[in-house]
Design a protein around this ligand. Structure first.
Ligand code: HMG
Ligand code: MG
Length: 312
């Protein structure tokens, strides 16, 4: 066993390589109480790329009053856009797309909800009104040659509505797929999923004609289930995993959403399974320790804590 890395013991039937969709600069920082300086955000993105992450969600072009933490998108994006990786940005509507296109974004994401309550809280719309807002946005983005991801929030449970029926998730996922989103990210916004539920949803989506190759998973670690859920998705054949460096994150419009699955915890598991991610775990951990210093509190990631622990 090399210091700072797990033993590699592969398990049968798993993918050889996966892609991590890093959401720390967006999903992580959107939830900070105070806005992080733009210089620090740009340095965070640069460090994540230097640590080997090939997809880094940089910021959001949403209404600045709704998410003031990311109101500096116009200042930030030009500072990072030439990095040689995928840099998706969130856009809720055509106004957001215009802002992203004006700055040369090459990849965008719209974000739907499987539930009415969260659609109202997050987008000030019903589910169908939100889909109607996304349709022209996605069409124009595709016409402009952009890659478009569709997020789906509250896929497993909702803080206002409780358990979310699988059919509800399937309907909205299919609508996003039919609209032209090439990748669909299934969000467990409040972290209530468990592995059997993950497998049941993935199977239902396949059954409805959405192939696993178009699916990504986005777990939050509220109840400590995120890594178990990621493993369940891996066994199902999913190869795109959202995670947030150091476990930063949540959602300002769902108070019960705590940290995202930490990228380091995920990379540790993949490394142990012999699955290629391209990520340098030591460099990534250093980045999260540095970011925790900027934020003035320790990272919640178990792997970051273990790897940065110094015996006294
Ligand atoms: P609204 O108040 O209904 O907006 O908000 P509107 O369409 O009525 O427009 C009102 C004014 O806002 C207009 O200006 C628009 O131009 C302006 P006026 O004509 O009055 O001068 N406006 C904008 N300005 C700048 N950029 C824009 C924009 N859009 C409208 N893009 C809206 C509707 C969708 C805009 C608002 O609800 C919003 O911005 N919501 C974003 C909330 C958000 O970012 N939440 C966090 C991300 S989702 C998440 O974290 C979940 C995820 O991680 C997955 C998971 O874990 O589940 C992805
Ligand atoms: Mg999220």
């Amino acid at each position: 066993m090399t210091a700072g890395l797990p033993m590699t013991v592969p398990a049968a039937g798993l993918p050889a390589r996966v892609r991590i969709h890093e959401v720390g600069p967006r999903d992580g920082l959107q939830n900070e109480k105070t806005a992080v300086p733009t210089d620090v955000k740009a340095e965070f993105v640069r460090r994540l790329v230097a640590a080997g992450l090939t997809t880094v969600e940089a910021t959001s072009f949403v209404h600045p009053k709704w998410v003031p933490q990311l109101a500096d998108a116009e200042e930030l994006f030009p500072r990072v856009r030439d990095l040689p990786v995928r840099l998706p940005v969130l856009v809720p509507n055509e106004r957001g797309l215009d802002r992203a296109l004006a700055l040369g974004a090459r990849e965008v994401a719209v974000f739907a909800s499987a539930t009415e309550s969260f659609a109202r809280a997050n987008l000030n719309r019903t589910v169908d009104e939100a889909l109607a807002m996304f349709a022209p946005t996605v069409t124009r983005a595709v016409e402009a040659g952009l890659k478009v991801r569709g997020y789906l929030s509250m896929c497993f449970g909702d803080p206002w509505e409780g358990a979310v029926p699988v059919e509800q998730v399937v309907r909205v996922t299919k609508a996003l797929a039919d609209m032209g989103c090439d990748e669909l990210s299934l969000g467990d916004t409040i972290g209530v999923a468990t592995p059997g539920h993950v497998k049941a949803l993935l199977a239902a989506l396949n059954e409805a004609g959405v192939p696993t190759s178009r699916l990504a998973v986005h777990f939050h670690d509220t109840y400590g289930q995120a890594l178990a859920n990621a493993y369940a998705a891996l066994e199902h054949g999913v190869t795109v995993f959202d995670a947030s460096a150091g476990g930063l994150g949540g959602c300002p419009y769902a108070k019960s959403a705590t940290g995202n699955l930490a990228t380091e915890d995920l990379v540790w598991m993949f490394r142990g399974l012999g699955i290629e991610t391209g990520v340098d775990l030591a460099a990534l951990t250093d980045t999260s320790v540095w970011m925790a210093d900027q934020l003035g509190r320790p990272s919640p990631s178990r792997t970051v804590r273990a790897l940065s622990h110094k015996e006294s």
